[in-house]
Design a binder for this molecule. Structure first.
Ligand SMILES: N[C@@H](CCC(=O)N[C@@H](CS)C(=O)NCC(=O)O)C(=O)O
Length: 303
């Protein structure tokens, strides 16, 4: 069975979401440490330009964005479930809310205090990744973010008053997704202080923090590239016959995030289902690689 490889770095909140799902499912996985800022010369050949973290690799198939990484892990290892009681819509929508609202309310609150210590290269890199926003000035929005963050945390705390996990008695995708923004607050004590006022939230936080990360072993980035080179993509052709845009196998497209990090990845369509688009690329140093993206949060354009 090919190994599960996660390209990540320790302080990456979105990686923490995936690490907690590995813990819940008690999986063995390999961790490849990637740089926090560009350039990422040992990641980009695998992704075709996508630079965000985390990225999941199995052989010569590579999943970009936690939206599709979660689906792949759950498809391979459905038990124990991350959708207890069949609450998949509740878990999925909380996941999207946590990614796009809860997490973004934490950033200015954490960076307001840390801004002076951040290397100039980090600020330049993140400002480039988010055109139109100067990451260096993110602290200016801290007061409004603090208000929103407190309100978001209160909503979670209220629900956690009468159940150990957000959707009931067991851990779900909603817990993994809402955990990582609170975990990120812990980078800065006054930011985490906002969360510590909520007793049910903190009890839940400590419960998930104690779950660990599953069984993880480090892998050298060069070894991950070798694994890709020595494998062939497992993804077979799978095209939804009722694709609303008539997307066909073999069509050349570019796939780009719709929020930030607008690096387009170009290739030929092999998979287009309700939730996924996958494209095949010929990479001189690696051979064929298939990159998988979620439909939610990405734009697909003719290339
Ligand atoms: N929607 C993406 C968001 C990923 C994301 O923003 N990750 C952060 C790190 S936690 C990132 O890539 N930052 C820029 C970088 O690491 O280069 C996902 O769910 O995977």
């Amino acid at each position: 069975m090919p190994e599960i490889i996660l390209h990540q770095y320790v302080n990456s909140p979105f990686s923490e979401k995936i690490r907690k799902i590995f813990a819940h499912k008690k999986l063995s996985w390999r961790s490849v440490d990637q740089p926090v800022i560009m350039p990422k010369p040992k990641l980009v050949p695998l992704t075709g330009g996508y630079r965000r973290i985390p990225v999941l690799q199995i052989g010569a198939d590579v999943w970009c964005d936690t939206g599709i990484i979660v689906r792949k892990i759950d498809e391979m290892h459905p038990a124990p479930t991350i959708y207890p009681g069949g609450l998949s819509a509740a878990a999925d929508t909380m996941n999207q809310w946590a990614d796009r609202r809860l997490f973004w309310s934490t950033l200015p609150v954490v960076f307001e205090k840390l801004a002076a210590m951040l290397p100039k290269e980090f600020i330049e890199d993140r400002s480039k990744m988010m055109p139109g926003t100067s990451f260096g000035e993110i602290a200016r929005t801290a007061p409004d973010s603090r208000n929103q963050l407190r309100a978001f945390l209160e909503i979670l705390d209220r629900q956690l008053a009468s159940r150990p996990f957000l959707l009931g008695d067991s851990f779900s995708l909603a817990d993994a997704a809402c955990f990582h923004p609170v975990w990120f607050l812990r980078m800065e004590p006054t930011a985490f202080g906002l969360a510590q006022k909520f007793v049910h939230l903190i009890r839940w936080f400590e419960r998930i923090d104690a779950m660990g990360y599953g069984e993880v072993r480090a892998m050298d980035p060069d070894e991950a590239l070798r694994v890709a080179r020595d494998s062939t993509p497992a993804a077979g052709e799978n095209i939804d016959p009722s694709d609303p845009n008539g997307l066909k196998a073999g069509t050349r497209v570019s796939v780009t995030p719709d929020d930030y990090g607008f690096d387009a990845v170009t290739g030929s369509v092999v998979v287009s289902t309700i939730h996924e688009v996958a494209i095949e690329r010929d990479v001189p140093e690696l051979g064929k690689i298939v990159n998988h993206f979620p439909k939610i949060g990405f734009r697909i354009a003719a290339a």
